[in-house]
Design a protein around this ligand. Structure first.
Ligand SMILES: *Cc1c(COP(=O)(O)O)cnc(C)c1O
Length: 420
């Protein structure tokens, strides 16, 4: 470690000594040799998750069997767990349900929003949005009478597309608040204002926001939102996602996957579909109780956490990483792909490098786990519940050594794994 990084490490150790989140790290299973900078892709395991899932399986399923739909309140889980997520994203109770995947929830919300704007043809998003969002929006447009997708970065600037007139007036604006590649963060309140002024409806994808910083869906005037729970929220691989709709729209929502759990009275077994009152009409089929149990173990940890404190630490971690890598970035051709203004980013830092794939593989082999996003982005996620300030400096030091000594060379030539 160079002298200047050594100084930075001393300062980081000082911050760790008075970190209000330091004790939370123990709530997760982590191995001290690994610096895990991929909690923005798959959050680590809450230690209590195995016991919680075990109890759900052995007692509730194993012994109490079907009675658990009532006695363990399985049937209420989409709402009760939804409200716990609602607290983390600034939604008052009764506006969030936990169900399905982010992709499916986006389809339901997009089709519902498009039905509420039948006389407009256009869906606005961004060319850099996460592919599933773009694929789903394209499909929702196709299944909603042939709406057109216009993308900021391909068809014009975002503000212009939102404010477009005539045949290009948007019905729906769907954005991921934090860009999965660059980490750029939208100002939710400001964008919502533009969407409202245009007479359109908005859907926010909070996959890289929920659990990363305070989100104020209600206060910022949002219409709809979706997001996943297996990234910053630590709900486990493929954990159930969530969907939010502002109360003012509930009665107007007509979503396409009209399954029996979203019916007003599922156990009346009526011949025709009548949607539930409220946010429950976004539900479709039977909730996955075992997956929800793991998510609840994660939310038990979140109940002890103040998201304003999370954001303050997140800013310190990303600032420190940018400064530490910045010391050798030019020398090695690393280009910062994340906004340098702290308010304009989420909780990740991305660096472009022409050998990014091989460098990331070498880093992972050296115990620093980040990920790679084509074509050349090395992505580092900073999860304040589990990371120490010194981890950031140690990760930068290992990156510097890999570049100085060209330890990435053996990893060149290939994208071997299905998941990068
Ligand atoms: C991770 C992520 C998803 C994931 O969708 P799934 O349906 O859970 O596979 C969707 N959108 C964004 C922006 C994401 O970052």
């Amino acid at each position: 470690m160079g002298a200047s990084l050594a100084d930075a490490r001393v300062a980081a150790a000082g911050r760790d000594a008075c970190d209000p989140l330091a004790a939370i790290r123990d709530a997760f299973l982590l191995d001290d040799r690994t610096i895990y900078l991929d909690g923005n892709s798959l959050g680590p395991l809450p230690r209590r998750a195995a016991a919680k899932v075990g109890a759900t399986i052995e007692q509730e399923w194993g012994r109490d069997l079907i009675a658990s739909w009532n006695t363990a309140e399985w049937f209420r889980k989409p709402w009760s767990v939804g409200d716990r997520i609602g607290r983390l994203v600034g939604a008052a109770p009764g506006q969030v349900v936990v169900c399905d995947s982010t992709s499916i929830n986006l389809f339901k919300a997009a089709c519902a929003a498009l039905r509420m704007r039948p006389d407009r043809e256009v869906i606005v998003s961004e060319a850099g949005n996460f592919p599933t969002d773009l694929y789903i929006l394209e499909s929702a447009g196709r299944w909603s009478g042939g709406r057109r997708l216009r993308l900021a970065g391909r068809d014009g600037a975002l503000d212009e597309l939102i404010a477009a007139d005539g045949a290009d007036r948007p019905a729906l604006v769907c954005l991921t608040q934090v860009d999965f590649r660059s980490g750029l963060r939208h100002d939710m309140a400001a964008v919502n204002q533009r969407i409202r002024a245009a007479g359109a409806l908005g859907i926010w994808d909070l996959s890289h926001s929920a659990g990363a910083f305070p989100v104020a869906l209600d206060a910022d005037g949002s219409d709809f939102a979706v997001g996943c729970t297996y990234k910053y929220l630590n709900g486990g691989p493929g954990a159930p996602a969530f969907v939010y709709a502002a109360r003012r729209w509930h009665e107007a929502i007509d979503q396409p996957l009209a399954g029996w759990i979203g019916h007003a009275d599922p156990f009346a077994f009526e011949l025709g579909y009548r949607p539930a009152e409220g946010i429950g009409r976004f539900l479709c089929g039977t909730p996955g109780i075992v997956g929800i149990a793991a998510l609840e173990a994660a939310l038990d940890v979140w109940d002890r956490v103040d998201l304003a404190v999370v954001r303050t630490k997140s800013e310190a971690l990303t600032e420190a990483f940018i400064a530490a890598v910045g010391r050798f970035a030019d020398r090695h051709g690393l280009e910062l792909a994340t906004p340098s203004a702290v308010a304009a980013r989420g909780s990740q830092v991305s660096w472009r490098h022409p050998r990014g794939y091989a460098v990331m593989k070498a880093l992972i082999a050296d115990g620093v786990v980040g990920d790679f996003r084509a074509p050349d982005v090395m992505r580092f996620g900073f999860t304040p519940l589990t990371l120490r300030h010194v981890d950031v400096i140690d990760a930068a030091a290992r990156l510097e050594r890999i570049l100085d000594e060209e330890r990435w060379r053996p990893f060149e030539g290939g994208r071997g794994s299905a998941v990068t």
